[in-house]
Design a protein around this ligand. Structure first.
Ligand SMILES: Nc1ncnc2c1ncn2[C@@H]1O[C@H](COP(=O)(O)OP(=O)(O)OP(=O)(O)O)[C@@H](O)[C@H]1O
Ligand SMILES: [Mg+2]
Length: 335
């Protein structure tokens, strides 16, 4: 299957957004760690609309955390530009930082403090005080589902509870752009579901969310757009549906009895509208100009010679397959 899939350029957004609609605008970004011999981010250009829920994917070491570190002004780009809501970090560092909330991949919490004390400390660090601080701390505890444990030291929490609190600290100053680096690692399915519901609600209320994850199924359920990094380069960006369609939209996969598959391939190679036939017994993968329009004729032709496929699938199964086609790497086991 992978051999049939084209190696893509980037998948374009349906309509290029106007500048005022952009939450994040990254252009020709390069980033290199000190003493490293090569760039960890190489010529990445990425735009994120206001109100988008973008899934940032890529195998281990692809550069996701590095890209987010530069976006959050924790690392200086080697070259290129980043603007958030039209603002560059160098123009107004404090205002720039106020626009973004980062939940880092490695937990950033004070283990000896309670959840409430952690939220209060992070809230103060971001300039909150008085009634507003109390209100945001209460929101954070509710978001993390930790009201009942609010007075226990964080070092006594489970990994999942710490992750949820880590995420809640990001939300305290109520920034318009949330950058979440693998926020659901080590979290059980119930907590993950609760976090997703909360993030969807925040997104509906207008927050822009950039979300990295190794769980393709969750990105598929949660995000409306994805960007894929591989080896420091952005290899695809676009609406999830468009990206899947690009890799899967014109394919039909048929499974046969192995004794009939070669004969089926010979017949289908002669059909109008069938552009390519790949045989990997017992599977045949057809590339067609219009799979739904061609399918009835394909089945009729096969029935005519008494060959019946055991199963028929139009399009690829899921994002995992598109990802494999893009990167040639397993998401969880990449280098
Ligand atoms: N502090 C550092 N110093 C030198 N090189 C680094 C540093 N941090 C990351 N790198 C390198 O930069 C590249 C990108 O790493 P990065 O952590 O951004 O990947 P990632 O996509 O976030 O991976 P993961 O899915 O494992 O979190 C890797 O080759 C990594 O080895
Ligand atoms: Mg990372």
């Amino acid at each position: 299957m992978a051999a049939l899939l084209p190696r893509p350029a980037s998948v374009p957004l349906a309509r290029p957004p106007a500048e005022a609609e952009l939450a994040v605008d990254i252009q020709n970004l390069f980033g290199r760690y000190r003493r490293a011999e090569r760039d960890s981010i190489e010529d990445v250009s990425l735009v994120v609309r206001k109100g988008a829920l973008l899934g940032l994917l890529g195998p281990n070491g692809a550069g996701k955390t590095t890209l987010l570190s530069m976006l959050c002004a924790l690392m200086r780009p080697r070259s290129g530009s980043i603007t958030v809501h039209g603002l560059r970090f160098a123009e107004a560092p404090d205002a720039y930082k106020d626009l973004i909330g980062l939940a880092p991949q490695s937990l950033a919490l004070y283990p000896r403090l309670t959840a409430r004390e952690n939220l209060e400390a992070f809230g103060r660090l971001s300039g909150l005080s008085g009634a507003r601080l109390r209100e945001r701390v209460a929101f954070g505890l509710e978001f993390a589902g930790l009201q009942d444990l609010a007075h226990r030291r964080v070092e006594t929490y489970s990994g999942g509870q710490q992750r949820r609190l880590n995420l809640a600290t990001t939300l305290l100053p109520d920034p318009p752009v949330l950058v979440l680096d693998e926020p659901t690692v080590g979290i059980d399915p119930q907590s993950r579901h609760a976090i997703h519901e909360n993030l969807r609600a925040l997104n509906r209320a207008g927050k822009t969310i950039i979300y990295t994850s190794h769980y393709l199924d969750e990105v598929e359920q949660l995000c409306d757009e994805i960007a894929v990094l591989d080896g420091g380069r952005l290899i695809a960006q676009g609406a999830l549906g468009a990206l899947l369609a690009r890799f899967t939209g014109n394919r039909i996969e048929l499974r046969f009895d192995p004794r009939t598959v070669a004969a089926a391939a010979d017949i289908l190679r002669t059909m109008a509208g069938v552009e390519d036939v790949a045989l990997r017994s017992p599977l045949l993968t057809l590339v067609t100009d219009d799979p739904y329009r061609r399918l009835p004729a394909i089945l009729k032709m096969l029935a005519h010679v008494h060959i019946r496929p055991l199963s028929v699938a139009v399009g690829a199964r899921d994002l995992e397959q598109a990802f494999l086609a893009l990167t040639g790497t397993q998401l969880r086991d990449g280098s």
